[in-house]
Ligand binder design. Structure first.
Ligand code: SF4
Length: 375
């Protein structure tokens, strides 16, 4: 039985009442369980209003301590490489949606090589391949060519492309793939339908079962997230926590990463219906760390410089910097539409200097693998 089958038995809106019913005593109880396996009522307490109002400082301190204990001072630096802005899906919130008219492109192998050289010059060895979803022009035949080429430049190779079958993931693993990121966006069926209007992504089961397939293929890591702003964060965060528990139970060898992307302005002028403020996001990040000490927590350049400098020391273990969200954006700037607006436009050196000022150590391969092998 997949996670989709399990969560489909639940009215996810009922998570809202669970979060709203939490009291200070529940928060105390959850914090006392830190380091043991936590369950959904604990996570509900950690993201509740009593936790935000009375425990935020305590949670931030605890989150920092847990992160240093588990990951040391290392922060993994990764960079997205956009392969394509071609997409056959219509997602209401995304600049790459097929409903938006602009020049589409899929990088040729020569262009991918140019991007890799530019990325190498920036010092990165942890590369995240990103594309819109187009089976015809950026499907498995394309990935079979791209993956070995990029692997020559990548000590750690991740993809955030269309969901694939377990067999395809296994084949890509043989070509050097280490990790898959697949954001569910929202776990609420009605909201999912409203925002995924056509294309393969409209199939909620297919998307939600992607982490299962990646786990079955034996990949090293799976990245999960809900797109904050699409639906009530109490509901989506709780469903995501249920997904984490499910993955821990069914694929104990797979490392898990959580991201917390907030909706940013994009072509199509989508306005988030459930905006998540800065204080709430701080709470959410610390809640994840306390809930599960082993999660990789990653943050992209969607967030602004000042806010990133504030939250990274609290528990974040994966950071991008100097990112471009347009295909060809490193070697040939400014020709294609970006997927979303980068909000931290500092160069990689500047971000690394800020990390070091905070006592952190930026590393350009996937440090957590090395770290855990060494201890
Ligand atoms: S979110 Fe992904 S699948 Fe949806 S339109 Fe954008 S690129 Fe395509």
């Amino acid at each position: 039985m997949s996670f989709f089958d399990e969560i489909s038995k639940v009215d996810v809106d009922s998570f809202r009442a669970l979060v709203d019913s939490r009291t200070d005593r529940d928060v105390d109880r959850a914090l006392a369980r830190c380091g043991q396996r936590m369950e959904l009522p604990d996570f509900a307490a950690l993201i509740s209003e009593p936790a935000r109002v009375h425990y935020l400082k305590e949670m931030a301190t605890l989150s920092m301590q847990l992160t240093r204990r588990r990951f040391g001072r290392a922060v993994n630096m990764y960079l997205p490489l956009y392969l394509s802005n071609l997409c056959t899906n219509r997602c209401a919130y995304c600049g790459f949606s097929s409903a938006n008219k602009f020049r589409r492109t899929v990088l040729t192998l020569d262009e991918v090589r140019d991007e890799c050289e530019a990325i190498k010059a920036m010092g990165y060895e942890n590369i995240l391949l990103v594309s819109g979803e187009s089976e015809r022009r950026a499907g498995m035949p394309y990935f079979r060519e791209v993956m070995p080429l990029v692997k020559r430049y990548a000590a750690y190779l991740q993809v955030e492309v269309q969901p694939l079958s377990a067999e395809d993931y296994a084949e890509l693993k043989g070509l050097g793939l280490d990790a898959v990121c697949v954001y569910q966006e929202t776990y609420h069926p009605g909201c999912y339908r409203e925002n995924h209007l056509s294309g393969r992504k409209a199939d909620m089961r297919w998307r939600m079962e992607t982490p299962d397939r990646a786990g079955q293929a034996g990949l090293d890591k799976v990245g999960l997230a809900a797109l904050l702003g699409l639906y009530d964060p109490r509901v989506d965060l709780m469903a995501l926590a249920a997904h984490v528990l499910y993955m821990r139970d069914h694929y104990p060898k797979v490392r898990l990463a959580i991201s917390f992307p907030r909706l940013r302005p994009a072509a199509g002028a989508y306005e988030p219906r459930y905006p998540v403020g800065d204080a709430k996001l701080v709470q959410v990040i610390t809640a994840w760390r306390i809930f599960d000490n082993e999660l990789d927590l990653t943050i992209s350049t969607r967030e602004g410089a000042e806010f990133r400098d504030l939250i990274i020391p609290l528990g974040v273990t994966g950071v991008s910097a100097g990112s471009s969200t347009e295909p060809g954006g490193y070697a040939h700037h400014g020709e294609n539409l970006e997927q979303w607006a980068v909000n931290d436009s500092r160069g990689v050196d500047e971000v690394c200097a800020a990390l070091r000022l905070n006592g952190l150590d930026p590393v350009f391969h996937d440090a957590s693998t090395t770290y855990f092998r060494a201890v």
